[in-house]
Ligand binder design. Structure first.
Ligand code: G3P
Length: 296
């Protein structure tokens, strides 16, 4: 699985690239804001973005800020033409930019299609359902970004859990456990009970799953399967990753890429038994062993 770093912070990007594990980077307006704020607003993005692209070995995703097809195409071409001379660039286009009822919900998809036809690699973003991912692949997206962590938030909140009270932003969400909770045992003799259990479970599971998925990792799994079934070239780029267990899950699911924030990369390298092991190996170094290295 390829690892992209999900940040616009140049120091974080440089540090992680030195570890030899970074294959690309993803940014979005919120991540750019964070990087700009960190430097007290004193960033000229025209100079800053090339610095990122030059350090990262693979594609750096840059997002448009418009919501209409024409402006998104223009902005995408601008970003691509301006920055692709420094390295690899992909352009992030939201799958559906419509926020008003009755508005045009296909601005994003048409933009993906136009850019793909022009040979500009598109990272289709803000994906929360397998059907959105199917449409993005058909329109020619190079990457689809399912937002695993935000879908987990959404499902938990739909079930009545309170963010910041019942779960923290970075807490792992076990959708398999949730399924088990929803699928209680049925006593086959009691027809009325079966019917009631079905009704109750259906209500529960409708609250728990959105578009047929119980959580972010399951969303990634389903998209991977659908793309495999039909041989789509679009790569699954698991996004909105909040913890190391999600990374493990999306890797197991066969995601082509996971874009991971710096704090989660730090979490991935740690284990208390590794610390314990290093301590005991260090304590066991006999002088003869130290002596060996003095000959270096
Ligand atoms: O990769 C998308 C990401 O930056 C959003 O992450 O944690 O804000 O949902 P998050």
């Amino acid at each position: 699985m390829k690892i992209f770093i999900d940040t616009a912070d140049l120091e974080e990007i440089k540090t992680a690239c030195c570890w030899g594990i970074v294959d690309g980077a993803t940014t979005n307006p919120s991540l750019i804001k964070r990087a700009v704020d960190k430097r007290g607003g004193k960033i000229t993005l025209e100079d800053y973005i090339p610095e990122i692209i030059k350090v990262v070995p693979g594609p750096v995703s840059l997002e448009v800020i418009g919501v209409k097809e024409k402006e998104m195409v223009k902005q995408a071409e601008f970003l691509y033409n301006k920055f692709s001379s420094y390295g690899k660039v992909a352009i992030k286009i939201p799958i559906n930019t419509c926020i008003e009822k009755g508005g045009d919900e296909y601005e994003g998809l048409r933009t993906v299609k136009q850019l793909a036809d022009a040979g500009i690699p598109v990272n289709c973003t803000l994906c929360f359902s397998p059907t959105q991912a199917l449409l993005a692949a058909k329109a020619g997206a190079a990457y689809i970004s399912p937002f695993a962590g935000r879908l987990d938030d959404y499902v938990r909140v739909n079930l009545g859990m309170k963010s910041g009270v019942d779960f923290g932003r970075d807490d792992y969400y076990d959708s398999d456990l949730m399924k088990q909770i929803l699928m209680r045992e049925v006593n086959l003799k009691e027809k009325g009970t079966i019917a009631q259990l079905y009704v109750d479970s259906a209500k529960g599971s409708a609250a728990a799953h959105d578009s047929g998925v119980y959580g972010g990792v399951e969303l990634v799994k389903k998209i991977v399967t659908i793309y495999k079934n039909y041989g789509y070239k679009t790569e699954v780029l698991a996004a909105s990753i909040r913890n190391a267990r999600q990374v493990m899950d999306v890797a197991e699911a066969g995601s082509h890429v996971a874009t991971i924030p710096f704090n989660v990369l730090n979490e991935m390298i740690r284990h208390p038994k590794t610390v314990e092991g290093i301590k005991s190996f260090t304590a066991d170094i006999v002088p003869a062993y130290t002596e060996l290295f003095s000959k270096m």
